[in-house]
Design a protein around this ligand. Structure first.
Ligand code: NAG
Ligand code: NAG
Ligand code: NAG
Ligand code: NAG
Length: 443
């Protein structure tokens, strides 16, 4: 069974092209931009003394280089006290080889980039990082501190080879962006809800080779491809919370390894309207997770939204392996669709998961039509509820683990160390692009 995954990994670049609606990433290489102009923050008042506020220097360097060039943050330690809002420009990059430590306390976004195109944010050494020190907020019970990174209306861009650590709030969100590539990143946050890893509300985005320790959520989006994701004690991957006028289509998640998380994949909504269609969840390995496949359209943690339910159509779950924490308590298949909008054309195939605790597990289906597990076939689309109890391990459920699985979660009241970016994000797979720090390019 593992061979199947390896083959799929080998074939993935071809499939990737089919899933996305067009090219992604910056149109000009950063070396060309750097040859045109390089604006080092050290020439704009910045100091790598871990005390001087680097915010104004980043803004000034951006203003000088935003019409074509690279803002350079050399290796070293920097304090960020005032947030930066970088607007406009084209054919730019920010090469962040230093480590930025949050010292300011405002809400909002520590680094906000908007209305720019042909843009790249990266570390040429793969050692650039932002340390958000979110624990200072979290130990007071607050999740309302700043986000680390937000991109808004950015097109033809990439973000890669950076570590984003311990955000007071969300780590990285993309809103109304287009043609993006996000890869070779480590996102490590506290063990709490509301500290999302990557949020995508965008079109034509390829997210691959990412390690996250919290939630990875997805909102109205088209043509999204998410691959080689390592959830190392995390919320797991999710789509939602979906509410009124949902419009999500052509989303693929492939090669997702999830360890000790809330779930392997969740779709969450409660009421609402609109559609989610053409979702493919392929090659998932899980160990020790609470939920595995969890489609919950009566999700009790959100207020009921207006509408009869979000219509889920053409959803394929294929090649899922591994073990769940306790399959009698939380079975590995839960497809609970809205009674006002039964799910259609759901396929569950090549699904072999077994419980780590006890010797039985359940599959539960509600108002869901298609094939596999407890799904009903046919097209009368009436409401129903059924639970199947499984008392023998499905053949071929065993699946590899990753060497660096966390043995305990990061707590929320203590500092979280900055990790090195991993060199593999899914068992047996190497990233599409080798780490920038392993290549000889630099600015
Ligand atoms: C930089 O300052 C932060 C406090 O803002 C401190 O925690 C960190 O250890 C310092 N980094 C270095 C390398 O001295
Ligand atoms: C859904 O989004 C796509 C792409 O943005 C758009 O073309 C389409 O009209 C939208 N459909 C609905 C029902 O809003
Ligand atoms: C169903 O979704 C898959 C992607 O998972 C897509 O390739 C296929 O074309 C869709 N089928 C229909 C009938 O839209
Ligand atoms: C997972 O967490 C452990 C414990 O902190 C860490 O050693 C390991 O590097 C993490 N895995 C990756 C791929 O970063």
């Amino acid at each position: 069974m593992f061979i199947t995954s390896l083959l799929a990994i080998g074939l993935a670049p071809l499939l990737a092209a089919a899933q996305l609606s067009g090219r992604v990433g910056p149109t000009t290489p950063h070396a060309t931009k750097a040859a045109h102009k390089t604006c080092s923050v050290l020439d704009y008042g910045g100091k790598a003394d871990n005390t001087t506020d680097i915010g104004p220097a980043i803004s000034s360097a951006w203003d000088a280089c935003k019409s074509g060039g690279v803002v350079y943050i050399p290796p070293g330690n920097y304090a960020l006290e005032t947030w930066v809002s970088l607007t406009g420009g084209t054919s730019t990059a920010i090469c962040m080889d230093g480590i930025i430590y949050r010292t300011g306390t405002e809400g909002g976004n520590m680094i906000f980039i908007e209305h720019t195109s042909d843009f790249e944010l990266f570390s040429s050494t793969s050692k650039g990082a932002v340390q958000g020190f979110g624990y200072v907020f979290h130990r007071e019970g607050s999740l309302t501190g700043p986000r680390i990174l937000r991109l808004y209306e950015v097109t033809d861009f990439s973000v890669h080879d950076l570590a984003l650590v311990d955000s007071p709030s969300f780590h990285f969100s993309m809103d109304t962006c287009e043609n993006g590539e996000v890869y070779n990143m480590a996102i490590r946050g506290g063990n709490s809800g509301g500290l999302d890893g990557i949020d995508v509300w965008s079109t034509n985005v390829w997210v691959h080779d990412i390690e996250v320790t919290n939630k990875d959520e997805c909102s109205p989006s088209q043509n999204i491809l998410v691959e080689s994701i390592y959830c190392n004690w995390s919320g797991g991957c999710a789509m939602g919370s979906l509410a009124a006028d949902t419009n999500i289509s052509d989303v693929t998640y492939r090669n997702v390894y999830t360890w000790s998380s809330n779930q392997m994949y969740m779709v969450k909504s409660n009421g609402g309207s609109g559609t989610v269609s053409n979702l493919l969840l392929q090659n998932f390995i899980g160990h020790g997770n609470a939920y595995s496949l969890d489609i919950d359209q009566a999700w009790s943690s959100m207020e009921t939204a207006a509408g009869n339910g979000v219509q889920l159509d053409n959803i394929t779950i294929t090649n899922w392996k591994g073990t769940e924490a306790d399959g009698a308590q939380r079975g590995p298949i839960k497809v609970n669709c809205a009674s006002g909008a039964p799910c259609t054309d759901i396929t569950i195939e090549d699904f072999a998961m077994w419980t780590e605790e006890g010797d039985s597990q359940w599959y539960s289906c509600e108002n869901a039509y298609g094939s596999g597990a407890c799904l009903k076939d046919g097209d009368d689309y009436t409401t129903y509820t059924t639970t199947m109890t499984v008392t023998a391990a499905p053949s071929g459920y065993s699946a590899p683990t990753m060497a660096s699985d966390l043995s305990t979660a990061f707590r929320t009241g203590m500092p979280i160390p900055i990790p090195a970016i991993p060199t593999s994000f899914y068992p047996g797979a190497t990233p599409y692009s080798s780490l920038a720090g392993a290549q000889s390019t630099s600015v």
